[in-house]
Ligand binder design. Structure first.
Ligand code: SF4
Length: 289
């Protein structure tokens, strides 16, 4: 199992921490250009409740993020400037180029990571990414969640899986390292579909993967579905049983960036076990050591 820590140590020679920043302010699945209301599980913060104040410039936000972990990280640590919330390539190419250049110029930043949708990577944006990869390693995180187009419709993802396949190919040609997000426990999905999603990412050529257990946040469409009993969230054992099977499907050089995620505590409704980070980490260490 190739973990992100192992990968970063080999690539950068040190432990790497993410410095989350707010750059994008919306996504095409919210402003009406692809859809409205967003993906059914996504909170108003666009999956980026952890990043610093959007009013500050990029380098100030990086400073803020670093100051929060620097005591634990120590002086040898490196940082990845993480463009986390919403869709960070949903902007003019010049804006992205400037923001990436500012993040690159920060003395502690050794890599960039850009979260986006596969349908927001036109050629001029790819050109910006390609140019940036000549100066600093660039990771691009794609929110696929599932390869099943029927589930994708149900969660209001608003793009077809073939768009993801094409995006992976073009990003790799541009020199980016691709990380794919997959969610286990989406409404109506059986284990077989979840594992098919993992196989799909591997076949598409993703370099890394992030697994997340579906969690229900306040004021989302998913909250209404969960409250009306349309689906049940996964229990801890049930979720990690699926993760264990998924790990067996990954080639040895696929980097595992995350085995599960934890939603923002103030918004999290279920499953509650995901909120107890320490106990989840202990469980993972026991089970996957
Ligand atoms: S998950 Fe991403 S694509 Fe979906 S609504 Fe939220 S920000 Fe937009």
């Amino acid at each position: 199992m190739l973990t992100a820590n192992m990968h970063y140590k080999a690539r950068f020679g040190c432990k790497m921490y993410k410095a989350s920043i707010s750059f994008a302010k919306t996504c095409p699945n919210r402003d009406g250009s692809k859809g409205t209301g967003g993906c059914i599980f996504c909170s108003a913060g666009g999956s980026g409740e952890f990043s610093s104040c959007v009013k500050k410039n990029i380098s100030e936000q990086i400073d803020d993020a670093i100051s929060q972990v620097s005591k634990k990280a120590g002086p040898e640590a490196g940082y990845i400037a993480y463009f986390q919330s919403f869709t960070n390539t949903y902007c003019r190419p010049e804006e992205l180029a400037d923001a990436m250049a500012e993040a690159t110029a920060h003395p502690k930043v050794k890599a960039l990571s850009v979260a986006t949708r596969p349908d927001c990577l036109p050629d001029d944006i790819l050109e910006v990414i390609s140019e940036r990869t000549k100066k600093i390693p660039v990771y691009v995180e794609l929110g696929l969640q599932t390869s099943d187009d029927q589930t994708a419709e149900l969660i209001n993802r608003c793009y077809e899986t073939c768009v993801y396949d094409d995006a992976v190919k073009r990003l790799k040609q541009a020199g980016a390292n691709v990380i794919t997000h997959v969610i286990f426990g989406l409404p109506g999905e059986r284990e077989e579909q979840m594992l098919d999603s993992v196989k799909h990412c591997v076949d598409a050529g993703t370099d890394g993967i992030k697994f997340t257990c579906l969690y229900v946040l306040k004021d989302t469409v998913l909250e209404k579905m969960w409250r009306s009993g349309e689906f049940e969230v996964l229990g801890r054992e049930e979720y990690f049983d699926i993760v264990e099977k998924a790990l067996k499907l990954l080639p040895s050089d696929t980097v595992i960036h995350r085995l599960t995620g934890d939603g923002p505590k103030k918004l999290l409704l279920a499953p509650v076990w995901t909120a107890d980070k320490r106990s989840v980490i202990n469980y993972i260490n026991r089970r996957f050591a």
